[in-house]
Design a protein around this ligand. Sequence first.
Ligand code: AQP
Length: 336
Amino acid sequence: MIDGKKVLLSGMQSTGIITLGNYLGALKNWVDLNDDESIQCFYAVMDLHSITVRQEPAALRKNGRILYALYIAAGLDPEKNCLFFQSHVPAHAQLAWILNCYTYMGEMNRMTQFKDKAAKHADNINTGLFTYPVLMAADILLYQADMVPVGKDQMQHLEIARDIAGRFNGIYGDVFTIPEAYIGKNGAKIMSLQDPSKKMSKSDENPNGSILLLDDMDTIMRKFKKAVTDSDGFIAYTDDKPGIKNLIDIYCASTGKTPDETVKEFDGCGYGTFKEAVGESVAAVLKPVQDKYHALIEDKAYVDSLMKENAEKASYYANKTLRKVMKKVGFIELPR
Ligand code: AQP
C-alpha cells in the first residue's frame, strides 16, 4: 500500500517497437486505470529483461526511448503513474541477486517460457534467460505490489514470485506483500497476422505478422490485406477459422463492438472488404497515439525530465524495500 492505495506493477520489454497486441492486450488496459484513485501504478520499461535476448545497443537505446514516449502518448499520465526505466533503479538487479539465493534450480527448470525462448534462441541460452523469473519477482516485490496484470503466459512467473516472497517471509518475517494476479476488463490476446496460432510479437521475424504502433496508414492497410485467412469466404467467429477470428477480435477491440455484432455487420461481405474495415479501425485507433508520440519525441528535455523524476520516485520505494531486505539478510548498513 502507498498512501492507502493498492500498488500495481507492470511493464514491457524494449525489444522492438511495441505491437497492436501489446497495446490492445496490455497498454490500453493500463490507461483505463488512470482515473482509479484506489491504485498507485508503476510501469517500467523492462530494459534489463530485454538483454536476455541479444540486443544491438543503439537499437535498445532507441526502442527504450520510443517505448517510454509511447506509454505517455497512449495515455498513461506521468503525474499519476510512475513511469520509469528498470535499469535506472539499481535495486532491481540488487534484489534479483538476493532472491536468486532463495530460489531453487528445480523451480526455474519448470518454467515453460525458458524452454520456449531457449528453443528460439538456441545460440544464446544464457543464465539471464534462465533466471528471468527471479528478476521479475524482484520487479514486483520491490514495490510491494498487491496486483500484477498478467496474461496466461506470465501466470507461472507470478506464481514463482509468490513462492519466493512466501519463502522469504517464512524465514525473516513479514517483508514482502504477496502479489495477486490482476485480471483486467478485456485483455484481448492478439495473434500474428501471418500465423494465427502464434501471438503477435514485437520481435517476430516476419514483419507482416505484426502491426507496430508506429506503422503508417499504408503499412497497416497492406499488412491487413496480406493477413492469412482461409478459403471458406464467409465471416464467422469460430476456432476453426483462426485467421478470421483474430481479425474479428482486433476489430472488436478497436471499435468496442462484440463478435456477434461484427459477424452481422459483415454478413455477405468478402474477406477483402472485411480486412479493409479492420485496417481502417486500427489506423483510427492508432492515429491519435502516433500524433501525440511524434510531438513528444521531439521534446527531449521534457521526456528526460520525466525519466529523471520518475526514476527518483521509483527508487524511493524500491530502496525502502531493498534496505529492509538487506538488513533482514544480515548485511551491514553503511555507517552514515
Ligand atoms: N499478442 C499479444 N496479445 C495480447 N497481449 C500481448 N502482450 C504481448 N503480446 C501480446 C502483452 O504485452 C505485455 C508486454 O509484453 P512484453 O514486452 O513483456 O513481452 P512479451 O509478452 O514477450 O511481448 P512480445 O511483444 O512478444 O515481446 P518479445 O517479442 O520481445 O518476446 C504483457 O502484458 C503481455 O501479456
